[in-house]
Design a protein around this ligand. Sequence first.
Ligand SMILES: Nc1nc2c(c(=O)[nH]1)N[C@H]1C(S)=C(S)[C@@H](COP(=O)(O)OP(=O)(O)OC[C@H]3O[C@@H](n4cnc5c(=O)[nH]c(N)nc54)[C@H](O)[C@@H]3O)O[C@H]1N2
Ligand SMILES: Nc1nc2c(c(=O)[nH]1)N[C@H]1C(S)=C(S)[C@@H](COP(=O)(O)OP(=O)(O)OC[C@H]3O[C@@H](n4cnc5c(=O)[nH]c(N)nc54)[C@H](O)[C@@H]3O)O[C@H]1N2
Ligand SMILES: [Mo]
Length: 831
Amino acid sequence: METSVDRIAEPWGSRTPYARGESWPARMDTHLAEGVAPDTVDRWVRTASILHSDGDAMDVAVRDGRMVGVRGRVTDRVNRGRLGPKDAFGWRANAASDRLTVPLIRRDGHLVETDWDTAMRAVVDRSRDLLEERGPGAMGFYTSGQLFLEEYYTLAVLARGGIGTNHLDGNTRLCTSTAAEALKESFGCDGQPGTYDDIDHADVIALFGHNVAETQPVQWMRILDRLEGGDPPRLVCVDPRPTLVARAATVHLAPRIGTNVALLNALLHEIIRTGRVDHGYIEARTVGFEQLAKTVADCTPEWAERICDVPAARIVEAAELLGTADRLLSTVLQGVYQSHQATAAAVQINNLHLIRGMLGRPGAGVLQMNGQPTAQNTRECGADGDLPGFRNWQNDHHVADLAEVWNVEPATIPHFAPPTHAMQIFRYAEQGTIRMLWISGTNPAVSLPELSRIRSLLAQERLFVVVQDLFLTETAQFADVVLPAATWGEKTGAFTNADRTVHLSEKAVEPPGQARPDLDIFLDYARRMDFRDKDGGPLISWHDAESAFEAWKRCSAGRPCDYTGLTYAALRGDSGIQWPCNAQAPEGTARLYGDGVTWAAPDTCETYGKDLITGASVPPEEYRSGNPDGKAMLKGAEFLPPHEEPDSDFPFQLTTGRTLYHFHTRTKTGRVPQLNAAAPDVWVEISSSDAVAHALDEGDLVEVTTPRGSLRARLRVTGIRRGLLFVPFHYGYWDTPSGCGPDESTAPRAANETTVTDWDPVSKQPLFKTAAAALTLVEKRPGQPAPAPTTTASAPSRPDGVPPTVGGATARVRETTSPDGDGHTAAGGNR
Ligand SMILES: Nc1nc2c(c(=O)[nH]1)N[C@H]1C(S)=C(S)[C@@H](COP(=O)(O)OP(=O)(O)OC[C@H]3O[C@@H](n4cnc5c(=O)[nH]c(N)nc54)[C@H](O)[C@@H]3O)O[C@H]1N2
Ligand SMILES: Nc1nc2c(c(=O)[nH]1)N[C@H]1C(S)=C(S)[C@@H](COP(=O)(O)OP(=O)(O)OC[C@H]3O[C@@H](n4cnc5c(=O)[nH]c(N)nc54)[C@H](O)[C@@H]3O)O[C@H]1N2
Ligand SMILES: [Mo]
């Protein structure tokens, strides 16, 4: 069967219902540029989506050397052929007319065009000078969750093994450092326990601060299909906004922001009080139950009601669903991770699963989610604040093992202190100990908190800034050297999604102008710096993506993220493959911890853990005595109030986040007409009762102010929690009338003008979700609705007068299903 759907107006497309325990039917989504017929496509090139962590597998259509469309891969386990709106339309950004095509260098205060040799020589000369004058600690690297595995691994080797700096982290710090940390605290090691297939089997699905409908829309299609099929799951949603998840939930809890730990402690309290725990599992597989039970002993639903402002009866209902689920799947994301007790809260969700024995079986799993498409690789390759292969920097055997892989002396690899986290890297740059900052694939001048500080820090004369990007971003404006990068579709590499599925993304078209793959840039730098191993051979001996992948496999051998069973050839098969994949598990591994094996043994664990309240490191001896057999760890945490609470000057709570149609700072989605038109400018969400109380209406221009700064946006009146404001963080200033630089005529609109320099003490993830703010009216705009979508959590509470979000003729996606639900036949196969 074939239908054509406006996938801006109907982002999740048509339903293919299925019953519990069945496999998810295929549906092939295809979107081709206007006037391109399928039979005129020259080639279909294998890839997966790079605009979220879902890893939707797809093929890019190429005609006359240009991208002309995409279609989903029906044989892939992740999406069975489906595409989300950003997957379907996002590829158009590659061909944007303002891509960077030549390197730029700062001369007399201005960025001017130059050639690669001059640009790279400037970077190398500065590196050499700094190494000589100040040593490796003067150099910092801030990378991404959007490059490929091969690129992160190369960067990690050159920074940690070549330069010997400890200052390498990713924007994954803002994104999934709490996911990683929560897994380390509970299981001793990073590594996603669950799999997306658990959606097919769960009878209860709980989403904690995770707007899956907008941020992993294809897995939401899967949940929607189950909701319409036999024996549907019941949903529990914890989110202060009326997301589509909240609207579909059996129980929706909308807590005051910053109170997740109180709510979770009450849920644990109820589950323990009612005896809905698996004592056999707790006894055999975990340590710490008594301590946890003690911590939550007084956390009654009534107690939590006073803190969270959620009715105690609702908490009891949720606890009953969670406590009686036969197969429970939980997902966790930024509503939990970007707050002051981020790790403490995320760990309580692991605890919920551990005390109920809900792990490692079909339908029983935890997904401590990633957000970015390749964040998993940043983490496992050691391009974030960790050593490659989830090695423990405090364990000399792990460091020696890594040194052997790289053939360097162990002392070469910095391990005198924890790898520096991003917030600290920026602090060092501000203070002047870091003198060169190489930023690849991220736009901190929009995405870091407290932007006025970030701008002045990047603008310092003494700081040499290298920016490697596709566009002249807000951040690139501050660079001393700008390196034009090739991106997805223009280079080859592998990457791993949130459920450990590895996909290969192959080069489909040539990059524009002189733009080069990030891997080639890093390899060029390593060659020019002449990094050597301890025998005088080249430290980095690989020369292209596949040889880099093979080098990474050697580094991953025997580690939890074991890639040794994977090859590019295997990744060219029907579906992506979940790590670990090795001789013992040649087809990959769906779930971790099914047989109770964890990586928590003192000699194998990635970390000895931290105190959940202070973040202080647990001494190795204490870890060894507390968990000698390497079981899963139940760690309780007391609730602490958010650092910034509303008062008479700043009476609102303020939170920030995403919308369906845009990705981050919009460098790609803002350049795609279909996506841009659906949400062209910033807005602020307010509840109906607050709007009435302040005599404000839909569309009014308002100013949102915190102690850090302010922004202007148009008002959208929604069903959001009373007292709470929400601002999407996507909007920087690159598309202001002047095109670049803060424009005098345009007021600031970035959410991060208002956010605070503060982070979770355990994961060091910044607090984008909790602030106190004032709201003032700038101008009444009667009859002019806010530029916010109507199809999402930002739907207006009174739809009259607000035109519905639609895409029109250029936003149609062809959906192909066969009557028997088997996508292969109707879709005509998938290469
Ligand atoms: N469309 C789209 N998809 C994306 C991205 C994108 O930019 N656009 N980015 C990707 C990336 S990198 C990431 S990290 C993910 C993020 O994906 P999500 O975490 O799903 O997205 P957010 O909008 O940041 O936050 C989720 C929800 O947290 C809620 N929240 C705020 N404060 C609290 C609180 O105190 N408690 C609770 N329980 N909830 C709270 C917000 O109301 C919001 O609906 O999305 C990925 N997918
Ligand atoms: N207020 C607030 N702030 C937030 C958040 C929030 O919820 N609220 N969320 C945080 C989270 S979870 C995240 S992940 C961050 C995201 O923040 P950023 O990483 O700053 O956001 P992006 O816009 O994805 O920036 C990626 C950059 O890499 C470039 N790029 C894309 N592909 C390639 C490539 O192949 N090579 C190179 N060299 N460059 C490439 C893009 O053009 C873009 O400039 O924002 C964080 N900031
Ligand atoms: Mo993220």
